[in-house]
Design a protein around this ligand. Structure first.
Ligand code: SAM
Length: 408
């Protein structure tokens, strides 16, 4: 059997940081792989050198060939290779049993030690080669977060994204550069200053929201003015509130919003469950444009727009834990059939109807499929205090139908 690949984590001072075991492992390697910076720490090592540069797959193929010929492969990496590091891509390529890790300290541990903070309650995020939207969405929901950056998603770019996502300008930021080296520097500044701050490319950002007013609001049942919408179409706040409750959202589950329109329901679900995978299905191109604008405005990167008509557009989506049907365009029964077929056991369906006939038709179909639907008629009036008193305006009543698929 080929020898396992050993991934050795290095501190900033290179070989001096190695444990006895790690040192012996590196010394007996016949192939040394790693970043150019890591390989440079061992200029006199006799091993064959394989730089790990993108695309990684090419370098991995060379490692595989060397292993087949009996090489002892050591991959050099920074800190803990299991912290946003090379260990996971190696396991994916070679299998878990082929990879051993000898970690050094993760950058977050060094930063926490310098700042006198415990690191267990940080949320760990990486903007390295990844879109900023999900990073900003998750950071604003976390009391403390640590964010890795890269040359494109610099601390300045991350700072701008956090501000755009609604994080308060006074949020405390620790910009940690060249941790563990002689040039180590830690600057503490308000988030407002980050977009104009230059940083060394070796850095880690810590975002601490302790002093702010409790984090980003999990607003739901927001007024219709919170969304760009077509009048008369958007799901009204009280209907949205009941529907969101009845969906029993799962923190990292899958939700479909069928006939998503402005996306108000999908977006509020995303504010409640930022780790859920939410698919907003909409056939009307004008509504799709509003939907995209609203997702941007609310910073809910975990809502994916599916521009197309249900039920066909549902075929490629992952099986849902919950489905909201807010529009059907005359294809109600087709849509319900597909939804009941794809819904996971124990999954929840919530559908809203403006007409008695559709509510009855949907209820009958669900019953014939063996479900026990419940219905609520929501008849809401609301108003705002004015000079002549508070006048209430009635909304059209809406049927909210809920059912749970058996077999959980
Ligand atoms: C009443 S609106 C939904 C409102 C939405 N929940 C909101 O808050 O903005 C119904 C939407 O469903 C869309 N729709 C109707 N039939 C559809 C279908 N078969 N597939 C995809 N979208 C559909 C319509 O274009 C419309 O935008």
């Amino acid at each position: 059997l080929p020898e396992p690949i050993v991934v050795v984590g290095l501190g900033a001072d290179g070989p001096a940081s190695l444990s006895q075991e790690a040192r012996a492992t590196v010394e007996t390697a016949t192939v040394l792989a790693g970043g150019v910076r890591h390989l440079a720490f061992f200029p006199d090592h006799p091993a064959l050198r394989i730089p790990l540069t993108a695309p990684l797959a090419d370098a991995f193929q060379r490692l595989a060939a060397a292993r087949e010929e009996g090489a002892r492969v050591v991959v050099l990496a920074s800190g803990d290779p299991n912290f946003f590091g090379v260990a996971e891509p190696l396991r994916r390529h070679f299998g878990a049993e082929a990879v051993r890790v000898l970690p050094h300290l993760a950058s977050i541990q060094l930063a926490a030690a310098r700042l006198g903070l415990p690191w267990q309650d940080f949320v760990f995020l990486s903007a390295h080669g990844r879109p900023l939207g999900p990073v900003a969405q998750r950071a604003r929901a976390a009391r403390r977060s640590a964010i890795l950056t890269d040359d494109v998603h610099t601390p300045a770019a991350v700072g701008a994204a956090l501000l755009a996502a609604g994080m308060p300008a006074e949020t405390e930021v620790h910009l940690c550069e060249r941790l563990g080296t002689d040039e180590e520097r830690i600057r503490t500044l308000p988030l407002a200053g980050l977009p104009t701050t230059e940083a060394d490319s070796l850095n880690l950002l810590l975002i601490v929201q302790d002093g702010t007013s409790g984090g980003f609001p999990i607003a739901f049942a927001q007024g219709v003015e919170a969304f760009q919408h077509t009048r008369g179409r958007i799901t009204k706040p009280a209907v949205r509130a009941l529907s969101l409750g009845q969906l029993h959202l799962r923190p990292f589950g899958v939700l479909w919003d069928v006939g998503a329109g402005s996306g108000s329901l999908a977006i509020e679900a995303a504010l409640i469950a930022p780790l859920a995978a939410i698919f907003a299905v909409e056939r009307d191109p004008e509504e799709v444009a509003l939907l995209k604008e609203n997702i941007g405005r609310h910073g809910t990167a975990n809502v994916e727009v599916v521009a197309g008509e249900a039920p066909e557009a549902l075929a490629a989506l992952p099986a849902p834990d919950a489905v909201f049907v807010g529009g059907h365009g005359g294809r109600l029964i087709d849509i319900l059939r597909t939804v009941l077929d794809r819904l996971k056991p124990g999954g929840r369906l919530v559908a809203t109807f403006a007409t008695l006939e559709n509510a009855v038709g949907a209820g009958a179909h669900l019953q014939s499929a063996g479900l026990v639907p419940e219905v609520t008629l929501l008849s809401v009036a609301s108003g705002r205090a004015g000079p002549g008193g508070t006048r209430l305006r009635g909304e059209n009543p809406v049927y909210v139908l809920t059912a749970e698929k058996g077999g959980s």
